[in-house]
Design a protein around this ligand. Sequence first.
Ligand code: PLP
Length: 454
Amino acid sequence: MKNIKFYSTNLKAEVVDFKSALLKGLAPDKGLYMPQEIPSFTKEEISKFSQMEYYEIAFEVGRKFLHDQIPNADLKAIVKDAYNYEIPLEKVYDRKYVMRLDQGPTASFKDFAARMMGRLMQYYLDKVNRELLILTATSGDTGSAIANAFYGLDNIKVVVLFPEKEVTNRQRKQMTTLGKNIQIIGLDAKFDDCQYLVKEAFSDSELDYLSLSSANSINIGRLIPQIVYYFYAFARLRKSDEEEVIFSVPSGNFGDMMGGMFAKQMGLPIKKFIIATNENDEFSTFVKTGNYDKIDPSKNCLSSAMNVGHPSNISRLIALYNGVMNETGDIINPPDMNKLREDIYSTSITDEETKNMIAEAYELHELLLEPHGSVGWAGLQRFLQKYHEFDTEDQLCISLETAHPAKFPEQIRDILDFDPKLPSSLEGLEEREESYDKVLNNYEEFKKYLVNNY
Ligand SMILES: *Cc1c(COP(=O)(O)O)cnc(C)c1O
């Protein structure tokens, strides 16, 4: 096996090993780390996945990237500990499935990445007796997944900033009822303001002594775990070695989708990759026209975790197709658009269509979707209607459901007239004691808070 090193998409930073890329997050030239080479599996290796548990597939995928960075036994222990929950593959009709990535401790797919990344960070910090302070801004799901995954770890403290008026009660309680090494800060401001404070802190050299690090999807440590469930779903559902699969992914910052694109490069036979977004349609427009214009400010849609007007991982996708895009979204070198269009179909789903699909899926198939999963499923339906040659009974299609419907009770009740049943991870949340601090929306105030508390 080759040793995989990581380069920056801006091409102006040193090549580093996985450990440095993980602990740094962003490259010093503000680019994102990408593997210099993408390792691959043989057909025989992929067919063996059908007999493996999820964590064993996670180990095989992880090993391809990390075999020189962490001993096999340690990696196996990490993935076994991280992936102790179900991944249901729900048949909808013919060979059309929904993969539910919502059974983790915070009921969103972000658990998959956060749990492995947290454990890997802890592993490296233990070795060198170092501490990290993770700063993260959240519009809801990232904060709770990170807080949960890092809860109780010895060498890592976490500070999460959230906009008090923009998260649901349930989302807030998932963060504020933890305590220990997790500190939550509410701001009377917008998500963009929270993100701004975090970015200022990262570039403030007076805070260097805090060893700040980032846990959002610019971190390559979040992408490697997101390769695994694509292999898992195919391994469980495939009927033959010749079969090819279509995936549909509801997308915001494009981290989930990048996991799938890596899986394809590694040998997973993906016939078409559907990238479905909400009304923030900068990417589907780009695929159509070749021109990229970010949407600023981003539009507020029902699928709130996907309200992104400039997906941070898009520069990784461009790099995969031999182009260069800088951190502000300028295309320095155009990618191979023909190849990209051959592999990817992208479409934008309006809020109206999102709601209608929640109703229709339930009525026709008793399929219960929340707004993000509805965007993915609607994207798949649109693709199959448009390209009849793919719309056969035998064609395997898998759409990703990225959050549990019970995280969006008001919206589901509005459309379907009932309350989705709570998964066990969310039970008892209402009664737990909450605690969080408040900080004024002002960088000097936030800095004072950090200096006084850490
Ligand atoms: C974060 C999130 C997404 C978007 O994932 P990206 O990797 O940012 O594209 C979709 N659905 C839910 C529920 C999320 O929390």
